[in-house]
Design a protein around this ligand. Structure first.
Ligand SMILES: [Zn+2]
Length: 77
């Protein structure tokens, strides 16, 4: 009976260990985008957004047309 309990304990430890190992391996298995989009920050408010969603003007990028019109925060000083 004592050995049966020991065997059960070993089985539980092995089960927990294998579950943890599977969880650790999961992020590597998950497919990632081969070409992640470049992130840019708004020159006015500093928010980060994908380059395709940004509005660029004079080498600076903005989050929206309104912030492009207001200009960069450096211009307001
Ligand atoms: Zn902005």
């Amino acid at each position: 009976m004592k050995y049966l309990l020991l065997l059960g304990l070993v089985a539980v430890i092995w089960w927990v260990w294998s579950k943890r190992k599977a969880a650790a391996d999961a992020p590597r298995v998950r497919p990632t985008s081969p070409d992640p989009e470049k992130m840019v920050s708004c020159a006015h408010c500093g928010v980060y957004l994908p380059e395709s969603d940004s509005v660029s003007d004079g080498g600076l990028t903005y989050c929206c047309e309104a912030h492009r019109a207001l200009g960069s925060s450096a211009d307001r000083r």
